[in-house]
Design a protein around this ligand. Structure first.
Ligand code: ATP
Ligand code: MG
Length: 205
């Protein structure tokens, strides 16, 4: 498949959305064809599933239901949007993808990791990002940054220890998949991190 599939990962508040958008703008300004998208969501059907996932009224959602909703959303997004764009030779920048499920549902929710990997892989038809930026940050800093954001959603309300475990899972994933992961120190300034990311991406295109 042509194209380049880049994902941003990391705990809440690490800077994924900020950096994904900056990278997208950088590439668009250089007339490089690219698509900016996010998960859960990215298509009409996937956004409807996102609403169910983030709705605070769904406090009693069973972990397996949560897992399958994320994967349902991802299947639609992958086959409707990501794969066609890659086939057209575009760069696809996705704010959260595959690894979020491994970290949050596998480690965070304690669902057996091998199982999560297998059905995740099944849901994406085996599509794995070419390049994944893990923006690493201490969970206290991440949650502090989000304090100003009005009304936490269902996932953000999890206790600090949950975020700590998710962070650890991300670091393990990065160590186990060195060829596609780049760990970025999320404590640097927004501009500094952006430059670091651009330098890495330029080597891929
Ligand atoms: N390097 C940085 N230094 C200081 N503040 C930052 C940095 N990067 C992002 N921020 C700020 O932190 C907040 C969270 O950033 P952002 O929304 O990009 O995080 P996120 O990883 O997308 O979070 P979420 O997982 O909740 O979507 C924003 O207010 C953003 O402006
Ligand atoms: Mg975000």
């Amino acid at each position: 498949m042509e194209g380049l599939f880049i994902t941003f990962e990391g705990i809440e508040g690490c800077g994924k959305t900020t950096q994904a958008k900056l990278l997208y703008e950088y590439l668009i300004n250089r007339n490089i064809e690219c698509v900016l998208t996010h998960e859960p969501g990215g298509t009409l059907i996937s956004e409807k599933i996102r609403e169910i996932l983030l709705d605070k009224k769904n406090y009693n959602m069973v972990y397996l239901t949560e897992l399958f909703l994320y994967l349902a959303s991802r299947s639609q997004h992958t086959f409707e949007k990501i794969i066609p764009a890659l086939k057209n030779g575009k760069i696809v920048i996705c704010d959260r993808y595959f690894d979020s499920t491994l970290a949050y549902q596998g480690e965070g929710r304690n669902i057996p990791k091998q199982k999560v990997f297998e059905i995740n892989n099944f849901a994406t038809g085996g599509l794995i990002p070419h390049l994944t930026f893990l923006i690493d940050i201490n969970e206290d800093v991440g949650l502090e940054r989000l304090k100003e954001r009005k009304g936490k959603d269902r996932i953000e309300e999890e206790e600090i220890n949950f975020h700590k475990r998710v962070r650890g899972a991300y670091l393990t994933l990065a160590r186990e998949n060195k060829e596609r992961f780049r760990i970025i120190d999320g404590l640097g300034s927004i501009e500094h991190i952006h430059k670091e990311i651009v330098n890495i991406v330029l080597k891929f295109i």
